[in-house]
Design a protein around this ligand. Structure first.
Ligand code: FE2
Ligand code: FE2
Length: 262
């Protein structure tokens, strides 16, 4: 008998707009609908759906209203994360049922057998001294993480955080990653139970290993980041296909696939 498997679909950087406004000549809402149709056709057996942040392009309530409508027909549980384009208050006005942690951040955890998925909120708000578009984990959020890790010391943890704490080699993006990776890694190195980190923000499929922890980022469902390592500015394109991630958890290990669609 085949080993049991949990399938988590990862939709990254959907960047919804509310007025049909295009980004890189693409309509992010149409692209999200195409992604949902694609995954419902190919991955009906999914156990969970994760949106890794940059849900709304401008953090507007009207953009979250589109998200609510687009996802209302899905029967699987969904985790929404915050990215630098998001606005926590606007999100919560639309998703009134959504749970916060005890400090008002959108952080949560779910269990799948021996695995625990932890979702961090790296939106810098209200830390106005943190540079625009960078992510930040304040002491409260780090303490929440440390507490969660201490509760699951014998589990295999997959950590989700919109802003990568690791470098990707894309210089323009590395300049706006997590502001304080050292604070995060000092906790991860203490507990040693995080086996993989998933980030959004990059709009490209990248995998690697940094400080002995594997990581993955995924294509956006909309516009992609051009592969130009030395570029000083962020370069998006609409010439590469859109995509999403398929994270499979099995007793003997995890594996990640990349789906693509037009
Ligand atoms: Fe993004
Ligand atoms: Fe981002």
């Amino acid at each position: 008998m085949a080993p049991s498997l949990n399938k988590i679909i990862i939709l990254s950087d959907i960047h919804l707009t509310s007025d049909g406004k295009k980004i890189a000549d693409l309509d992010p809402l149409n692209k999200l609908e195409a992604a949902i149709n694609h995954l419902l056709e190919k991955h009906k057996d999914l156990d969970h759906l994760v949106f890794t942040g940059d849900l709304a392009n401008n953090g507007l309530e009207s953009e979250y209203a589109h998200l609510k409508k687009a996802t209302s027909g899905l029967s699987s549980p969904i985790t929404f994360m915050m990215g630098n384009h998001d606005n926590r208050d606007s999100f919560c006005k639309e998703f009134t049922y959504y749970a916060f942690d005890e400090n008002g951040f959108i952080q949560s955890s779910i269990n799948f057998g021996d695995y625990v998925l932890l979702f961090l909120d790296s939106l810098k708000d209200p830390y106005s001294d943190v540079e625009k578009n960078k992510g930040f984990l304040c002491r409260k959020r780090l303490d929440w993480l440390e507490n969660q890790l201490s509760l699951v010391e014998n589990k295999k943890v997959i950590l989700f955080v919109h802003h990568p704490p690791f470098p990707t080699g894309l210089e323009a993006m590395d300049a706006i990653r997590l502001e304080n990776p050292e604070d995060l890694y000092s906790i991860l190195e203490k507990y040693k139970n995080v086996i993989h980190i998933v980030s959004g923000h990059i709009h490209r499929n990248i995998s690697g290993n940094y400080r002995e922890i594997g990581f993955s980022t995924f294509k956006s469902t909309s516009h992609q980041m051009s592969l130009n390592l030395k570029s000083e500015k962020v370069e998006f394109n609409n010439t590469e296909k859109s995509g999403y991630g398929v994270l499979c958890l099995r007793e003997d290990g995890l594996f990640i696939h990349n789906e693509e669609f037009n």
